[in-house]
Design a protein around this ligand. Structure first.
Ligand code: ZN
Length: 330
């Protein structure tokens, strides 16, 4: 039952992606060294920023767990500052089942829609809220955050840089992937990458969220590893030579990076949302007024020419984001 609920009406037979990645055993990282399960911290003698890399914010996005596992196994340590590695929604990850790979995104609710002080300080409880409250001091302590994700459809990797110029600048220093998306998040609730100082124009704290590719394609793990390594190099936490042996196909890539500014999210207001076509993401609809879909029969159309469709959802549930709309600005 639960599997079908989470699919929001999407039949299992529609899931045509092969699971090419093997979920790593993260039990060795449970104890950690911070007093919080699945959170490990390494501190260098030389002072420097506190950098946090997180995986499994969504339990079925296993490329991030593979990247952290790789870093742990290579015994990479920061040359300066502090490096904290965290597996977020472990409860959902434990439910990962290759037969129902989409079902383990979360247990009770989306961990990445809970990051407002009001919700975190509030009385409501869920598996994800409990975990977010436990991890909150870890996120509070970080100066820089990279949150490793993957997507439902096999489209090009996307760096989600939020709205602040300093995040966009850091995405350019990381240098991959080619596409940087500047967006405000979701009506359903704030993401970890927008929480506290990370979303505050007056704070120096800077966060990035990488969507590495389709959830279970081999390529997503390669992107996760290379983006993570280049993020750590950009912040001078490790040197290039420290981690060159771990690098994959994008370790030395220098693509021309393009920026998509997200202008709005299409939030589902009705009981039934249908897309007008089988959108996979990054389609550019040339003409203003093109039909995107129907929300309880109400037509949703593109608000301007050359509108880019970003990450159309397969989970078409009232209150959630169906798709985001944007345009190329750089
Ligand atoms: Zn995700």
């Amino acid at each position: 039952m639960q599997h079908h609920d989470l699919l929001g009406g999407c039949p299992l037979s529609d899931l045509s992606y092969r699971v090419e990645l093997t979920p790593p055993d993260i039990e060795p990282y449970r104890a950690g060294n911070t007093g919080i399960d699945y959170v490990t911290r390494f501190t260098a003698a030389e002072p420097g920023p506190h950098v946090l890399v997180t995986a499994l914010t969504h339990g079925n996005e296993i490329c991030g767990a593979i990247a952290l596992d790789r870093l742990f196994r290579a015994e990479v340590r920061p040359r300066r500052g502090t490096l904290t590695l965290a597996f977020d929604n472990v409860a959902a990850y434990r439910e990962f089942d290759v037969r129902y790979p989409i079902a383990s995104r979360y247990v009770d609710e989306d961990f990445n829609r809970l990051w407002s002080p009001a919700l975190l300080d509030g009385p409501r409880r869920s598996v994800e809220l409990d975990r977010a409250r436990t991890l909150r001091p870890v996120v509070d302590a970080a100066d820089f955050l990279l949150d490793l994700h993957s997507m439902q459809y096999a489209t090009a990797p996307l760096m989600l840089a939020g709205l602040l110029p300093r995040s966009r600048a850091l995405a350019r220093r990381v240098g991959i992937p080619e596409l940087i998306m500047c967006d405000a998040g979701h009506a359903a609730g704030p993401r970890m990458r927008d929480y506290g100082g990370f979303g505050d124009p007056a704070s120096p704290k800077t966060a990035l969220l990488i969507e590495c590719g389709q959830h279970w394609e081999r390529r997503a793990a390669e992107v996760a590893i290379d983006v993570m390594l280049r993020f750590l190099i950009a912040l001078d936490i490790v040197s290039r030579d420290d981690v060159a042996a771990l690098g994959g196909p994008d370790f030395d890539a220098t693509p021309r990076q393009r920026v998509i500014e997200v202008t709005e999210a299409v939030t589902i207001s009705g009981e039934h949302f249908d897309f007008a076509a089988d959108y996979r993401g990054l389609e550019v609809l040339p003409e203003k007024g093109s039909l995107i879909g129907r929300d309880d029969g109400r037509e949703v159309r593109t608000p301007y020419d050359n509108c880019v469709l970003i990450m159309p959802s397969r989970r078409l549930v009232k209150g959630q984001t169906a798709v985001r709309l944007g345009r190329y600005v750089e």
